[in-house]
Design a protein around this ligand. Structure first.
Ligand code: FE
Ligand code: ZN
Length: 506
């Protein structure tokens, strides 16, 4: 009797994604899958979906378990060996705080939304891909929380990241970005997160954070970065796959997809201005400037991608030229916002020292010395005189990206860029044409925006004073916020470093 042949991966994958689904008969398919048509995307053949990874569930669990084992072994040894003492400087941790409070909760949101897609896409192929990504994202959230929890033992601002994510003013920038994506239909969600974010812009988030971590002795963060990397390459493939799939299925999909690409490019780009600030101002040991990263990862790599997509009738995202015009400005503009509002932030900022200024002026020859150095020097002078500048007026926010209105005109870096729209008898304000366009296309969605400053003024954030609001954020006043210099964290760090590298006896 002939032995039954073992199935190959390809065959197993085919059975998983082509053999396990069926056309329902008790209920019409449109009732079973109620979400995948209302956006106007037409799919004629769900089987045309091809996942180049062809991963089956048993293989998936095996790979992931292996990665988990390695990750937790490294984290354990990092923790036991006081790995935090190997950091370049405690200032670096401001970047990690921003990551834990701003990015990790988005991983969890991604987990939820991909689980939703894993149920609601009509084709079994994309459903399986979404299911695996959902599990990946849950793992990312968990590994980030576990890894970073080590710092919570010694440093400030890590204690209540989830609570902060839902309330703190600047965290409404990442939160509203993801809420916008998750409250869209399934295809817009895939375009926003899988394509625009994971495929087009992800290198601008992960490379800076992970190389930044490596350069600054943060082995913990490097480890989860590596552990997430192979998932990330699967996600990027899904992102490109889904775009091509939509474009190939029906010509009518092209303008819908183009509009989403325009929207999510701009939303993602505005969100990344936080990363730009992190790269240019928060890393004690720098990797590259925001401008260099933008040129490499968007202008070059993104340029090649959109050349490739031109054959489907897709052009580069609207306002990509504006983003390029701003590339030597946004990181400085955003740092200036956070410097002024550090009393209301869950991390520290500081006066930039001479070596750092020299680096900035080398990296930004056209803008830094002329536009930003004088401001930093004025602030340094104020701080030295015992009058460190904190801005006590609440800023106006952009209704779309929710960033304080600190960006400047595309062609004039000395004038704040200010746009507005009327809707339903009210006026709404925007930081850019990109953000205004997004609002104008779906005003009913954005009039609901939870704008932190408006909420404070309406009395919904714990009280009328800054102190009331910060308590409502669960910030520990005097430790989590305010300038780095003089903070408990800085004092502790200096003590440790003095103990490790004793100064020669006088
Ligand atoms: Fe993730
Ligand atoms: Zn905006």
């Amino acid at each position: 009797m002939a032995k039954k042949k073992k199935m190959g991966l390809k065959q197993k994958y085919a059975l998983l994604t082509r053999g396990l689904d069926w056309e329902t008969t008790y209920q019409p398919m449109d009732k079973v899958f109620p979400y995948d048509k209302f956006e106007g995307i037409k799919i004629k053949d769900w089987d045309a979906w091809e996942d180049p990874f062809r991963l089956t569930m048993d293989a998936y669990w095996k790979f992931q378990a292996e990665k988990e084992r390695k990750l937790y072994a490294v984290i354990d040894s990092f923790s036991q060996n006081n790995g935090h003492l190997g950091l370049t400087d405690a200032r670096y941790l401001s970047a990690v705080k921003l990551f834990l409070t701003g990015v990790s909760p988005l991983e969890y949101m991604a987990h939820r939304q991909f689980a939703h897609l894993g149920r609601h896409l009509r084709g079994a192929g994309p459903r399986v891909a979404a299911q695996m990504q959902s599990l990946d994202e849950l793992r990312h959230a968990q590994t980030q929380i576990h890894t970073i929890s080590h710092y919570n033992r010694y440093f400030d601002g890590f204690h209540d990241w989830q609570h902060m994510h839902d309330r703190v003013w600047y965290l409404s920038v990442p939160k509203s970005f993801f809420d916008d994506a998750a409250s869209a239909g399934p295809f817009e969600f895939l375009t926003s997160i899988s394509f625009s974010f994971e495929y087009v812009l992800t290198n601008l988030l992960f490379v800076p954070f992970m190389s930044g971590a490596a350069y600054n002795g943060d082995l913990a963060t490097v480890t989860f970065g590596f552990s997430a990397q192979s998932d990330e390459s699967r996600h990027m493939t899904l992102g490109l796959e889904v775009i091509k799939f939509m474009l190939e299925q029906d010509e009518g999909n092209v303008p819908i997809v183009q509009r989403w690409i325009d929207k999510w490019f701009w939303r993602g780009y505005r969100l990344l201005s936080l990363v730009g600030m992190m790269m240019d101002y928060m890393l004690p040991k720098k990797i590259m400037s925001w401008q260099e990263a933008w040129e490499m990862y968007f202008e070059e790599q993104g340029g090649a991608l959109f050349e490739d997509l031109a054959r489907y009738g897709i052009r580069p995202p609207k306002y990509h030229d504006v983003a390029s015009k701003e590339k030597d400005r946004i990181s400085h503009e955003v740092w200036a916002i956070f410097y002024q509002y550090t009393h209301a932030a869950g991390f520290h900022t500081w006066d930039v020292d001479e070596a750092h200024k020299a680096w900035l002026s080398e990296k930004y020859p056209n803008t830094f010395d002329k536009l930003y150095r004088p401001r930093l020097e004025m602030w340094k002078g104020m701080a030295d005189a015992g009058n460190r500048f904190y801005n006590n007026a609440l800023p106006q926010l952009c209704t779309t990206c929710q960033i304080p209105m600190g960006f400047t005109e595309p062609d004039d870096p000395s004038t704040i860029c200010f746009r507005s729209s009327e809707y339903g008898g009210d006026t709404y304000h925007f930081c850019s044409d990109g953000c205004k366009d997004i609002f104008d296309h779906e005003p009913e969605k954005y009039v609901q925006s939870w704008l932190p400053v408006h909420q404070i003024y309406q009395g919904n954030c714990g009280g009328a004073s800054v102190e009331d609001v910060l308590k409502w954020y669960h910030l520990n006043l005097g430790t989590d916020n305010m300038a780095y210099e003089g903070s408990p964290e800085q004092k502790l760090w200096s003590q440790w470093m003095a103990g490790r590298h004793p100064v020669a006896a006088e």
